[in-house]
Design a protein around this ligand. Structure first.
Ligand SMILES: *Cc1c(COP(=O)(O)O)cnc(C)c1O
Length: 425
């Protein structure tokens, strides 16, 4: 997805039919603004690309967990890919159909497995044989049968950032595809799990369709083997990972992505499950921040804004490029600046050595492609209150998460006075 729903009118940035500056002046900064239409259009494009086969699009809720965002997708028919009990809770609160929820993640605890069993999710994507034992035992204790797949690592290099590369044989995720047959054989001996499919997720922000195709050819061979061994493989979960345009990337279109997948596995008769996150949400959102100061140190210009790594971690964590523009018309010629937040870390930057027009205190800037892994990775470090989130549809907007107050920063804490009491002899 590109930034279709963010446009300029008379030099001013608009989201759908609303002025970004007007929303930000009313709701304050830093502020996340999402376009509901962009979310719908992205979801629908992917849905349509897979129309030829039975499929479920399980939105990776970790990319954007806001209830209103999730509800928007659920109303289009989306299922949800969750990675924790907290995400399962959010998915259910947003109205997701449990029968369309899949549960991934390497460290599901007993309590989380119980919650997912009670909710009646579609299946667990198991990431180890230890986890198989756990899910079987928890299901047995509840007198139910858990549907499972194994997440296999096809050992294909997705050619993306190492931190978001997940399908290599030595990764912490899943099980090596070479050990999958044994794992499935073990599952068959257990009474409280039922094999329903195979899962793989090779990485995130893939800008080439070939690794998806290569990975799924290996998965295909596995599916054929497993069927020969008597397993029913009803679902093929192809994970997420479709890349988006942050800068000058040229990721596959939904059609090209679908072709890469369906050419490899489209004729297996499986229902295709997809777990896209970034592709649906990244370019449906921006983060707006206000310029606090500018300063020059040792020949470098720093534009200091009130949005930070605590609001948008990707630049600090992955050296990721996020496109940034002034919300209003440019005030002059671009020069090279570092756009940084106020957090006490040198890693706290939004952009480095970036050509950017001059700004004045109080000007607003928009950080694009902030709808995925933006707010959902935010924190309270440095005593920062987390930003507000706004959802826009046409000429209307709704604050779908209130800005945190100081009281939110100390919720659940106390002064430890219990330690001061005398111990009884
Ligand atoms: C993060 C993740 C996704 C979503 O990845 P995107 O790159 O946002 O599409 C899907 N599946 C699993 C298992 C994940 O960990």
């Amino acid at each position: 997805m590109t930034r279709t729903f963010f446009n300029r009118r008379d030099g001013e940035l608009y989201v759908e039919n609303l002025s970004v500056a007007e929303i930000a002046r009313r709701e304050g900064t830093p502020l996340f603004i999402y376009s509901q239409t962009a979310l719908r259009v992205a979801y629908d494009a992917l849905d349509k690309a897979f129309a030829a086969v039975p499929h479920t699009i399980c939105f990776a809720i970790k990319s954007n967990m806001n209830l209103a965002v999730v509800r928007t997708l659920v109303e289009r028919g989306a299922g949800i890919d969750v990675t924790s009990g907290g995400e399962l809770f959010r998915a259910l609160q947003a109205g997701a159909d449990p029968q369309k929820i899949v549960y991934s993640g390497v460290g599901k605890t007993d309590g989380e497995v119980d919650e997912a069993l009670d909710a009646g999710i579609r299946f667990f994507n198991l990431e180890s044989r230890a986890e198989l034992g756990c899910v079987n035992a928890r299901a047995e204790a509840r007198g139910v049968v858990a549907n499972i797949t194994f997440r296999v690592n096809p050992d294909v290099d997705p050619k993306t950032h190492p931190y978001i590369s997940t399908g290599l044989k030595n990764s912490k995720f899943g099980i090596p595809i070479t050990e999958a047959r044994e794992a499935y054989a073990e599952a068959k001996t257990l009474n409280s799990v039922k094999v329903v499919g195979v899962d793989c997720h090779i990485g995130s922000q893939l800008t080439d369709a070939q690794p998806f195709h290569d990975a799924l050819l290996r998965v295909r061979a596995l599916v054929e083997d497993l069927r020969n061994a008597g397993h029913e493989i009803q679902y093929l979960d192809c994970g997420g990972g479709l890349g988006v345009v942050y800068n000058d990337e040229e990721p596959p279109s939904p059609k090209e992505y679908a072709r890469a997948i369906l050419d490899a596995v489209g004729d297996l008769g499986c229902e295709i499950v997809l777990e896209p996150g970034r592709w649906i949400t990244a370019n449906a959102g921006i983060m707006v921040a206000e310029v606090v100061y500018e300063k020059n140190n040792g020949g470098k210009t720093y534009t200091i804004v009130d949005g930070a790594m605590t609001d948008l971690l990707r630049p600090a964590l992955y050296q990721a490029y996020q496109h940034i523009e002034p919300v209003g018309p440019a005030r002059g010629e671009e020069r090279l600046v570092d756009i940084v937040g106020p957090v006490c870390e040198s890693g706290d930057f939004l952009a480095k050595e970036r050509p950017f027009p001059p700004v004045e205190k109080g000007d607003l800037i928009a950080v694009f492609s902030a709808g995925a892994y933006g707010f959902s990775m935010s924190s309270n470090y440095n005593g920062r209150r987390r930003a507000a989130e706004v959802l826009v549809r046409d000429e209307r907007y709704s604050v779908v998460r209130a800005r945190e107050g100081y009281e939110d920063l100390i919720r659940g804490e106390n002064l430890g006075e219990g330690l001061d009491e005398e111990l009884a002899e």
